[in-house]
Every structure is written in structure tokens, then in C-alpha cells.
Design a protein around this ligand. Structure first.
Ligand SMILES: [Zn+2]
Length: 409
């Protein structure tokens, strides 16, 4: 059977990792030295499956791509130093991983067609997980679990997986899952009594080698459902990682693995209650502080409350200022020291005082900035020097002594 130029050894033997070949063309491709060989076991990026890695006579093969115009397989190299006759070595770990994922995908797509009447419209073999897109919206998780059961049953039955080439005119009578998308002789991959599909990828010889297929996630994307899955070694690593996480969590929470969900929801509830209590305690604290500040302000036609506080958030400062200006004829200049100083200036309803002007006076002295409304303004300054901040509040407050803030004119 004729196969397309050059001889692609992985078509007939995906387990072949060492081969001899002759360099038939040398070129530069995307800035890299590259060669075309008369025969190759290297799989080039195509059909949703990434390219192999490995070496040609000890030189690393960094990528393998197909040249569109003539179908040549280009081996992109780390260095430009190949003899005319080379020994190729394919990275078997990577190749076998791709074989597991790709054969798993054929089983998954065939099972989706059988049980869900859903066609696979695209396949992506990723570095971590693989995906297929089904032409059916919102496939329920329970339905996908049945698909997963069927796939794994076929895996454990260790059915044979074989490939063969047929001529285009022979294809018409065959029960293919998907019509071929190439011209000329067509390569078919058949899982015994389960699936027959045109494909140029590398596959295991028996489904048992896939080991396990696990669906990780369903992603509903409009009219399609994206299925994220892992097979074989990836499924083992995923299980190992999740088992570790669950083990660590159950140790940290001192509960059995089956009680984890309940323990987490109890924690969430208690966190909510604690937050509520904390907020209430904070409010009480601010209420008491407001009363003390009002009592200790010097008497006058206008009560001026000045305070420099520590350990208060800007939100506390706002809340405190709101309480203080609830009292009549009161002007408030508050600062909370932290890495920067937060500032809040406010006044009671009816007073002819511009809180923004007072804040501006404070900011000018401290090199800060801020703004707001005539009755309530906030800002911050890049200092944590208590003495400076106290002085700036005092100086700004002295502006009030030169005017009659109770005037309504
Ligand atoms: Zn395929």
C-alpha cells in the first residue's frame, strides 16, 4: 500500500522509536535549522495531536511540522550539525502519553455518539488535559458518567486497535464515525467492534494500554459541550494529586474524607457568624469612641472634634465620622495612622463649613490628596508621623476660628 511522501513509519508501527534515515533536504524554518528525511518515525503536529520530541544523531528535535505545499515533514533542530545519514530516536514517554490520550479520545467520541447521539466537532490534545467539543448543548454530568463507564469497559476488555489504508472509493460503504478530511489513500483506525474512524494519529495496539479515562470537567459553551479528560499516566497523576489534596485537607480539618464537604460548609457558616459578631463588636467600639470624643471636645458655638487614631481602617474612620456629625453643630477632623495616614473631614447638617476646604488645608500641610462633598470629605497623606498629623489638624481647625460657621449666609 502506497503511503504519502515521505515514508511515515509511525503509520504502520507507532511503537518504533529508533530508525535510520537519509537527509534529503536541509533548510531554515522559522529561524531554526531543519531537515526533511526520506523516512521518519517522528509524528508532526496535526489532527489535534502535538508533535513528537527526540533526537536525530544526538541533535535535539525541538518541533516537527508539516510543510503545507508538499506535505513534507520538517524536523526543526536545536543545532545545524547533522550528517547525511542519521539515527532518529523518538522520546517514548511523550509518544506513549500521546497514544494513550488519542486512543482514549477515539473511545470517548465513539461512546458519545452511541449514548448521547453527539458528534465530536473538534479535538485538542493539550499539555495537561485534552478536550473534545460535542455538538450538543449542556450534556448532563450523569449522562457523561455513563459515557465514561462505557469507555472504561471497552478499555478493560483490551480490544485490539488496528490501522489500515483504503482508497477513497472504498470509503463510501464503510460505517465511519466521521467522514475523511483528506484526499488520496485514507488511513482508518479501528477499535474492534466499537469504532472505525479516519485518523493519521498514533494509537496503542490494545485498548487496555489506555489504562483509564476520566472526564474532569464539562464546559457548556452555547450550542456545544466541551469535555475535558485525561487518560493513562495523566489520570494516575491527576488521581495522585487529588488524593494528596484530600488527604491534607482531611488531616488539617481532622475529619474523614467523606465528611470533608460537611466540615467545610460548617467552617463557612462559622466564619459568617464570626464576621457578623466582629462587625457588631466593631460598631459598638466606634459608638463608644464617638461618645467619648464628643464629650471631650472643647465647648463653643461649634464643637470641633479632632482625633488622630491608630488601628482603624478607612471604613472605620468613615463610620466614626458619620456618627459624630449626627450630633448638631459639630465639625470633625479625623486621621487614622497606618503606613499612610487616612483622613476624614465632615460637619453636621446645616453648618456653613466646607469640609473639602478643611481637608485641602490638611492635605497641603501633609502633602496628601483627597476630595468629597461640602459636608463630608476624605483623603490620605504619605506620612505616619503622629506629631505632624496632629499639628496639621490643629492648624486646619484654626481656620474655623476666623469665621462664623453657624452663619447661614
Ligand atoms: Zn484520531
Amino acid at each position: 500500500m502506497a503511503v504519502p511522501y515521505p515514508e511515515r513509519l509511525y503509520y504502520t508501527d507507532p511503537y518504533l522509536t529508533r530508525f535510520e534515515a537519509r537527509v534529503v533536504e536541509r533548510l531554515t524554518w522559522e529561524g531554526r535549522p531543519a531537515v526533511v528525511l526520506d523516512r521518519t518515525a517522528f509524528y508532526p503536529t496535526s489532527g489535534g495531536q502535538p508533535a513528537d520530541r527526540g533526537t536525530l544523531s544526538g541533535v535535539a528535535v525541538v518541533d516537527v511540522v508539516i510543510r503545507e505545499e508538499d506535505g513534507a515533514v520538517l524536523h526543526l533542530l536545536e543545532e545545524d550539525r547533522l550528517p547525511d545519514r542519521v539515527i532518529g530516536e523518538v522520546d517514548w514517554g511523550r509518544r506513549f502519553d500521546h497514544m494513550q490520550q488519542h486512543t482514549g479520545q477515539h473511545l470517548l467520541s465513539a461512546a458519545c455518539e452511541r449514548l448521547l447521539d453527539a458528534d465530536t466537532v473538534s479535538f485538542h490534545l493539550g499539555a495537561e488535559v485534552s478536550t473534545i467539543d460535542l455538538n450538543r448543548p449542556r450534556v448532563p454530568l450523569e449522562a457523561m458518567e455513563e459515557v465514561e463507564d462505557l469507555v472504561n469497559r471497552i478499555i478493560w476488555e483490551d480490544r485490539s486497535v488496528a490501522s489500515r489504508f483504503v482508497q477513497a472509493d472504498e470509503v463510501a460503504g464503510l460505517p465511519l464515525r466521521r467522514p475523511p478530511q483528506v484526499e488520496g489513500p485514507i488511513r482508518l483506525v479501528e477499535v474492534a467492534d466499537f469504532d472505525l474512524n479516519p485518523c493519521g494519529g498514533t494509537h496503542v495496539a490494545h485498548t487496555g494500554e489506555v489504562g483509564l479515562l476520566k472526564v474532569l470537567r464539562l464546559d457548556y459553551r452555547g450550542e456545544e459541550t466541551r469535555v475535558e479528560f485525561v487518560c493513562g499516566g495523566r489520570a494516575l497523576r491527576d488521581y495522585r494529586r487529588k488524593n494528596r489534596i484530600v488527604h491534607r485537607l482531611s488531616t488539617a480539618l481532622t475529619v474523614g474524607q467523606d465528611e470533608l464537604e460537611e466540615a467545610v460548609s460548617r467552617l463557612q457558616e462559622s466564619l459568617k457568624a464570626t464576621r457578623r459578631e466582629l462587625r457588631a463588636a466593631r460598631e459598638q467600639l466606634l459608638e463608644g469612641l464617638a461618645e467619648r470624643l464628643l464629650r471631650s471636645a472643647p465647648p463653643g458655638p461649634v464643637r470641633v472634634v479632632r482625633a488622630v487614631l491608630e488601628g482603624y481602617e478607612p471604613a472605620d474612620l468613615r463610620s466614626l465620622a458619620q456618627r459624630l456629625i449626627g450630633a448638631p453643630d459639630t465639625v470633625v477632623l479625623l486621621a487614622a495612622l497606618a503606613e499612610r495616614t487616612h483622613l476624614c473631614v465632615a460637619r453636621s447638617e446645616g453648618l456653613e463649613v466646607d469640609a473639602r476646604a478643611l481637608l485641602r488645608a490638611v492635605c497641603d500641610l501633609l502633602g496628601g490628596k483627597g476630595g468629597g462633598q461640602p459636608h463630608f470629605a476624605q483623603g490620605s497623606a504619605p506620612t505616619a508621623d503622629r506629631q505632624r498629623v496632629e499639628n496639621s489638624l490643629r492648624q486646619a481647625a484654626s481656620i474655623l476660628e476666623t469665621q462664623d460657621p453657624t452663619s447661614t449666609e
